[in-house]
Design a protein around this ligand. Structure first.
Ligand code: SAH
Length: 274
């Protein structure tokens, strides 16, 4: 890790000595695990922050880019329960910015993809706090690239839908709509809902042989890629219980992976379970 830090620290300007007067909040996407997948803009914001408010999915490697004097506030989940409510997080962002601090709100992936970044931005707008948003590589894009599954591919899939596994708890699950697209589906937070996802999609006509990939700890040195078919999704998810974070990709594009694996230089050692 220190070699990453050294490289970045040589490349970028360090924190300015004089602090600007007005506080502000920067919602920053930290990408999926790998610190080298941070944008330069995100890195610069982290290095210049007085306060970093971060979630569970943000790796320690990334937090270490912050100034040693910066205040680090963890607001992620412990044992599945948020340690701080969304309202308290919003209030903390406003409080710190109004105290004149440069606040970085650091989230895994992208702040505006299943990250509640929109809600936080709205809270800042209503409190009249200046803010900006720095995008990050969302898990679907990171996991697809690092597991060699193109999310779109000519003559295989022309669109990709990002879905939350929480769709199954809604009053009217939009299964028919998802199946009708006939294209790539990516489920975030879906491993625990695998049984409902399998049943819902198959009940609405998606073939039981639809290829599926479960990617765990995507873009990390311990990434796992498991390929299977829709009819065994529930069974595999049970076997993989506890794998976190995990993403589910469904669709014919998953089949391309086998061909793409030849000659590919994998970013890290990948566990296979075909
Ligand atoms: N804002 C984030 C998503 C937060 S929701 C983003 O844009 O990526 C949390 C879910 O994201 C997890 O349950 C998992 O489904 C997915 N996820 C995030 N990082 C991941 C990773 N490195 N590997 C696999 N899935 C990941």
């Amino acid at each position: 890790f220190s070699s990453h830090t050294d490289w970045y620290q040589r490349t970028l300007p360090s924190k300015p000595k004089t602090q600007p007067q007005a506080g502000r909040v920067t919602l920053v996407g930290a990408g999926p695990c790998d610190p080298e997948l941070l944008t330069l803009k995100a890195l610069k914001a982290i290095q210049q922050a007085d306060v970093v408010i971060y979630d569970r999915l943000v790796g320690r490697d990334i937090l270490e880019f912050a100034d040693p004097d910066a205040e680090m506030i963890y607001v992620g989940k412990r044992c599945g329960r948020p340690s701080m409510s969304q309202e308290s997080i919003n209030a903390e962002l406003v409080r710190q910015a109004k105290a004149g601090k440069q606040v970085v709100r650091l989230k895994g992936g992208d702040p505006f993809v299943f990250g509640r970044g929109g809600e936080e931005a709205l809270a800042l707008v209503s409190a009249n706090v200046a803010y900006q948003v720095i995008p990050g590589i969302t898990a679907a894009l990171g996991c697809a690239a690092s597991s060699l599954i193109p999310l779109t591919h000519r003559e295989v899939s022309r669109s990709v839908t990002l879905v939350t596994g929480q769709v199954v708890t809604g009053s009217l699950p939009a299964w028919a709509e998802l199946v009708a697209s006939g294209q790539t589906l990516v489920f975030y937070m879906g491993l625990e809902k695998a049984a409902q996802i399998q049943q819902g999609l198959m009940a609405h006509g998606l073939s039981s042989s639809t290829p599926v990939a479960i990617i765990g700890k995507g873009c990390s040195a311990t990434q796992e890629v498991h390929t299977l078919s829709l009819e065994t999704l529930e069974k595999h998810a049970l076997e993989l219980k506890g794998l976190s974070p995990a993403l589910i990709i469904l669709g014919d594009v998953v089949k391309l992976r086998a061909a793409l694996l030849h000659n590919a230089e994998l970013l890290q050692s990948v566990q296979e379970d075909v």
